[in-house]
Design a protein around this ligand. Structure first.
Ligand code: BG6
Length: 486
């Protein structure tokens, strides 16, 4: 899809990790695929490079390795670099923003300010942009984490909201840009097949897992002040949950979808802190072995306090208090240094009410839908079938939809989709302020309870599936985490 008007994409934090690994590669890929207007410009803003030549040198030596998907065509790359301008700017000096305004003068089309910086800079940058009139008719993109708790996120949203209207603000949750998450909407609302079953009468439980093999990498300091609940649950997992559980929206326009997600977030059963040990497990990884490689304990990672009580694993039992889902447990789980990198949604259907065919048909999980978000995106439906031969012996079989076998076009990276959406003014895949507030409001009692507790997180060896307590929590409901190689 070719957009006709030009744009100026101003990238704050132009030499940061995110720009290097995600944003510039995604822009390159969109450029390579012919999805960017030929009048589109990228204006990188940073402190480190002295001038444009210095910045381009940095891009050449740092970004190229992350540009892999479509391969790097040197001619295309050179034309991509021609789009890039550079403004050296000290964010601590609001007067430098006059330089930026002058540099943007004469650039027509949509104006996007992407803040790939720490959240402490969001408000100063917005104020400085407003002081030189650059907030008008512009879009602002805010990266997570947006705040540390409800109060700090409200403070940022209030201050940014004085400068930009809500429909100018694009809060990124990159999970919403992932192709399989989009596919979940297609699966649920494009097929008559699943919707009648997608409710308490037929669904016994739902699991959502985002497991990582990676540890905290170079972000020990940030992570130690954040933890898995803030880093993954408040945003990615609750967003996935809201898409799995939402009512069919009347259209795919941004507010219809976001209104329905919000209803789910507001219907989450409030945390009763007296039950916290029954509905929430937190863990921290110790040393261990992942795919044959020894990895150190979290507490010895660079930037992490040796006595840290920060959780690197969370498992939760969540309930949704509405007609569709009352009484159905949703089990959420995320962790670093787990046995495998996998993100998936598992819908366990109830067994048949009466089986004339014997016990297997009564087994929970006999019918199960597994939506694998990564890696190897696929949808797998488990059913029972008769084994060939004499007698009526049932076996578990599955119907598979592996996207890479069906569709020849490669999948679009989450950041590429989201950046194109910002440039094209599509808000549906960005988190609205009220959604974010509802999510913070729900997680906060857990955060507070854990902060007040003197019990440390439960240890687990790196390379395993987390503390045993996470499995025990599901066992109480007669179920277990689905952990199988795909
Ligand atoms: C980020 C978290 O939002 O998501 C990281 O801050 C995490 O800690 C990452 O590693 C996971 O994203 P993905 O797309 O690799 O699953």
């Amino acid at each position: 899809m070719q957009i006709d008007s030009g744009f100026t994409f101003v990238l704050f934090g132009g030499t940061g990790d995110l720009s290097m690994r995600k944003i510039l590669p995604a822009l390159y890929e969109a450029h390579r695929a012919g999805m960017l207007s030929e009048h589109g410009k990228i204006v990188a803003v940073a402190r480190h490079a002295a001038d444009r030549d210095g910045y381009i040198e940095w891009v050449n030596s740092n970004v190229k390795t992350y540009v892999s998907k479509g391969g790097l065509d040197e001619n295309v790359w050179q034309r991509f670099l021609e789009r890039i301008a550079y403004v050296k700017l000290d964010l601590g000096k609001p007067e430098d923003f006059a330089l930026l305004r002058d540099a943007l003068d004469g650039h027509a089309g949509t104006r996007v300010f992407y803040l790939a910086t720490g959240p402490s800079l969001f408000v100063p940058i917005c104020r400085a942009l407003a002081s030189v009139g650059l907030n008008e008719n512009a879009r602002i993109v805010l990266e997570k984490p947006l705040g540390y708790d409800l109060r700090s996120s409200n403070a940022i949203n209030d201050a940014v909201g004085e400068i930009f209207a809500e429909d100018q603000i694009y809060r990124i949750d990159h999970y919403l840009g992932k192709e399989p998450v989009q596919n979940l909407l297609a699966l649920r609302f494009g097929n008559a097949l699943f919707e009648p079953l997608w409710r308490r009468e037929w669904v016994e439980s739902i699991q959502i897992t985002i497991a990582e093999e990676l540890g905290v990498e170079a972000r020990g300091d940030f992570y130690d002040n954040t933890g898995a609940l803030r880093d993954m649950v408040q945003n990615h997992l609750l967003q996935l949950l809201s898409i799995v559980a939402m009512e069919p929206p009347h259209s795919m326009d941004s507010d219809s979808v976001r209104d329905e997600k919000l209803r789910v977030l507001r219907a989450l059963k409030p945390i009763d802190t007296r039950d916290i040990s029954k509905i929430a497990v937190r863990g921290q990884y110790h040393s261990g072995v992942i795919k044959g490689t020894s990895v150190p304990a979290y507490a010895t990672e660079h930037g992490v306090k040796p006595q840290s009580a920060t959780e690197t694993f969370v498992a939760l039992k969540v309930e949704i208090e509405n007609w569709r889902w009352a009484g159905v447990p949703f089990f959420l789980r995320t962790g670093k240094r787990l046995a495998e990198r996998v993100a998936e949604i598992v819908v366990n259907f109830r067994p048949v009410p009466h089986s004339a065919l014997g016990a297997p048909a009564l087994r929970p999980g006999a019918n199960r839908l597994v939506i694998r978000l990564q890696p190897n995106e696929s949808i797998r439906l488990y059913c029972l079938a008769k084994q060939p031969g004499e007698g009526m012996n049932l076996s578990s079989v599955h119907l598979d939809l592996a996207f890479d076998q069906f569709f020849k076009e490669g999948q679009m990276e989450a950041y590429q989709r989201l950046l194109l959406d910002v440039i094209n003014g599509r808000l549906a895949l960005f988190v609205r302020r009220d959604e974010q507030e509802a999510a913070w409001r729900w997680v906060e009692p857990i955060l507070n309870e854990w902060a007040a507790s003197n019990k440390p997180p439960k240890p687990y060896a790196a390379g395993t599936w987390g503390p045993a307590a996470a499995s025990a929590m599901l066992a109480q409901h007669g179920t277990c985490w689905l952990e199988e190689e795909n």
